[in-house]
Design a protein around this ligand. Sequence first.
Ligand SMILES: Nc1ncnc2c1ncn2[C@@H]1O[C@H](COP(=O)(O)OP(=O)(O)O)[C@@H](O)[C@H]1O
Ligand SMILES: [Mg+2]
Length: 275
Amino acid sequence: MPPIGGRTIQASTAEPNLITATPPSTTRSIRSRVLGRSQDQASPERPLLVLHDVTMRYPNGKLALRDVDLVIPEGDFVFLVGPSGAGKSTLIKLLIRDEVATRGEVVLDGQDLAHLPRRQVPRIRRKIGIVFQDFKLLPSKSVWENVAFALEVTGTPRGRIGPAVDRVLALVGLTDQAQQVPSQLSGGEQQRTAIARALVHDPRLIIADEPTGNLDPLISWEILQLLLRINELGVTVMMATHNAEVVTALRRRVVALEEGWVIRDEVGGAYHRED
Ligand SMILES: Nc1ncnc2c1ncn2[C@@H]1O[C@H](COP(=O)(O)OP(=O)(O)O)[C@@H](O)[C@H]1O
Ligand SMILES: [Mg+2]
């Protein structure tokens, strides 16, 4: 998407780069300091997310996931790759309980989402922040209001909303654009707004479904740098993507899906199988 209103796009985000050597033992406290509050209960022994033998068959009979096993420790950065129709978005829908698995267990922070009573869904969703390809911002609200809205709907006390919104907008480098509406922003700025909104309730896991799908290569890198920085703050990140260049360059964990099967799960992987 081209910049709107002649705005020039920064090549890097405005914040200093926090990816510099952070000892693992201090990651938690940095996360709580930057994102505001700490509500961590996960221990090193209990992974944040476990999928065990998960099959998803849609009502029309389509098998979208087959026998999927996946363990994601807290703090991981995972690329979910695979061709269109492979099951990436379906897997993400199971994590946010948009859909319920036909078979198997999806366990987030010790809770099986399939057996979670409906009234407990909002509480588990607060552990997750989600970012989509098409941003999904409210067009009539400003950047600030879009981010604040995520806290208003969960009944956060007014006095806590302002500081939390200011903090995440600073983190994503949008303090100066806080009063603009989405149509006045570039694509990269809109996606950074969506990331701020996903982060504002201090989630344990950020899930991004093709977040760079509508962005040009330079801006895609900017978004990746931001997600990596958020990961360095202790937030687990799962990103579904077709962006082979980014995946191969970054050498992170790669989980590859094809026709609903996990065909590869590789630490330090490339977009395509290399053997
Ligand atoms: N609501 C649905 N009902 C029926 N089939 C669906 C539904 N959503 C997705 N599918 C099918 O499930 C398969 C996986 O889709 P999806 O998870 O969206 O893949 P990806 O995100 O990797 O492109 C595809 O064949 C798709 O057509
Ligand atoms: Mg998809």
